[in-house]
Design a protein. Structure first.
Length: 434
């Protein structure tokens, strides 16, 4: 048994015993009251999931196993001479709750390299899709096509004990994460670079090799990808993509089916697709104003014009956060260190100064601050990734780290099929009346 799997087995077995004893004594304790506004409002804020890998606080932002993003940038292992954390280290942390050593992260990098071969029929499935298919549609098809590789499906058919479901799920998670950069980069090169694909470089870490496969040979871009793939990895369990993976996984669908479903959820404009909407809006503003160096007055007027059309300012506002998204601030710090003179970066910073003031003055917005999507596009554009319809695929590669580590935990702890109770409106009216 590999060292990460063995550590996960020990951690999850101990917690499963603890939870069973805890529920025996406290299972009837009430933790929340649900209002009709929550019933009709997308279950907003209803506490009804266990999600070990991260937790979102309205004022502190996301914490991975208790660690903030600034702490992770300091504590997680890095490449020699690098400033940004390796996503391998975050996956290790989310899976077993421990900051890994450099040696452990190096082992995980090599392990993912060994598992990274993509079946030929997956590339054939991607090639069979029209180039104008949205990259997220191609990504979802590719993940589903790899389901033929599922260790869980094979072991389940052989009659595995339910107590061991976590083991093949771990194998599927490791295999799937290892393959995702090659699959995602293949889609990018097919759609935007006429199928001129690039051979993998196994001397590089997971994120740096992804950057190489995309065709951006730049050390700073490798650093950006390490940061990007770390900060987008998880955002507690209630967001749409994470909850979708959890829900589908609760049916005992394997990691491939579950992740593909989560990626379809991520592709919605109210979720992950928002990252392409931000830079699209900025491009439209630049074109409308005919300058990449707009004045604050021009930017503010364009904001007002957008709002007057009944549209939102993309990248601003968040369902939970009540402060600037720490993921936005991490990207801002990266830009200050590497590309502070970039025109699009400076537009993003101007928006950061202006949009919260404008939205706050309306008196209708609980959180006028930027979220993670407000900055990422400008960074990617600087390094040549201007094809914003692809951005959600990058998000999806990162999000796989969190949702698949959580799927391992769901199987290890024996979580049941998720099955909430629904009501008709007539039943709700009778309930209120009586």
């Amino acid at each position: 048994m590999d060292p990460l799997k063995k550590k996960f087995q020990e951690k999850s077995a101990a917690l499963k015993v603890e939870i069973k004893a805890f529920l025996k004594e406290n299972g009837n304790t009430k933790v929340d009251e649900v209002t009709l506004s929550q019933v009709f409002g997308g279950m907003r804020g209803v506490k009804s999931m266990v999600w070990e890998t991260s937790q979102l606080d309205a004022h502190e932002g996301i914490r991975f196993r208790g660690y903030s993003i600034p702490q992770l940038r300091e504590l997680l292992p890095k490449v020699e001479g690098g400033e940004e954390p390796l996503p391998e280290g975050l996956f290790w942390l989310m899976l077993v709750g421990e900051i890994p050593t450099n040696e452990e992260v190096q082992w995980l990098t090599k392990e993912w390299q060994k598992r990274s071969d993509v079946p030929a029929h997956t590339f054939a499935a991607i090639d069979a899709m029209p180039d104008d298919s949205h990259p997220m549609a191609q990504f979802s098809v590719a993940i589903n096509s790899m389901q033929t590789e599922s260790v869980f499906t094979q072991r389940y058919a052989e009659g595995i004990s339910k107590h061991d479901y976590w083991d093949p799920t771990y194998e599927d998670a490791m295999n799937l994460i290892a393959k995702l950069p090659k699959v995602a980069a293949y889609i990018y090169r097919k759609v935007y670079h006429k199928g001129n694909h690039i051979k993998s470089d196994d001397s590089l870490d997971w994120a740096a090799n992804f950057a190489h496969l995309l065709g951006v040979e730049n050390k700073d871009f490798q650093s950006l990808m390490r940061l990007y793939l770390t900060i987008h990895a998880d955002h507690e369990g209630g967001n749409a993509s994470a909850h979708t993976v959890h829900l589908v996984g609760s049916t005992l669908s394997d990691a491939y089916f579950s992740l593909a479903a989560g990626m379809n959820s991520l592709a919605g404009p109210l979720h992950g697709l928002a990252n392409q909407e931000v830079i699209k809006w900025i491009f439209e503003m630049v074109e409308s104003l005919d300058t990449t160096k707009p004045s604050p007055e021009q930017i503010e007027q364009y904001i007002h014009d957008t709002l007057a059309k009944g549209q939102v300012i993309p990248g601003y506002g968040h369902a939970v956060l009540r402060q600037p998204d720490p993921r936005f601030m991490a990207q801002k710090k990266f830009a200050e260190d590497y590309i502070k003179d970039d025109d699009y970066v400076n537009i993003v910073w101007s928006l950061f100064e202006i949009v919260p003031r404008v939205l706050g003055a309306l008196g209708k917005v609980k959180n006028p601050w930027p979220n993670v999507d407000a900055h990422s596009g400008a960074l990617l554009v600087h390094y040549g990734l201007k094809e914003y319809t692809y951005y959600t695929v990058l998000f999806g590669v990162s999000r796989a780290l969190g949702v698949l580590s959580s799927l391992c935990w769901s199987r290890a702890l024996g979580f049941p099929l998720e099955r909430p109770k629904s009501m008709t409106f007539d039943a709700i009216k009778d309930l209120v009346k009586n």
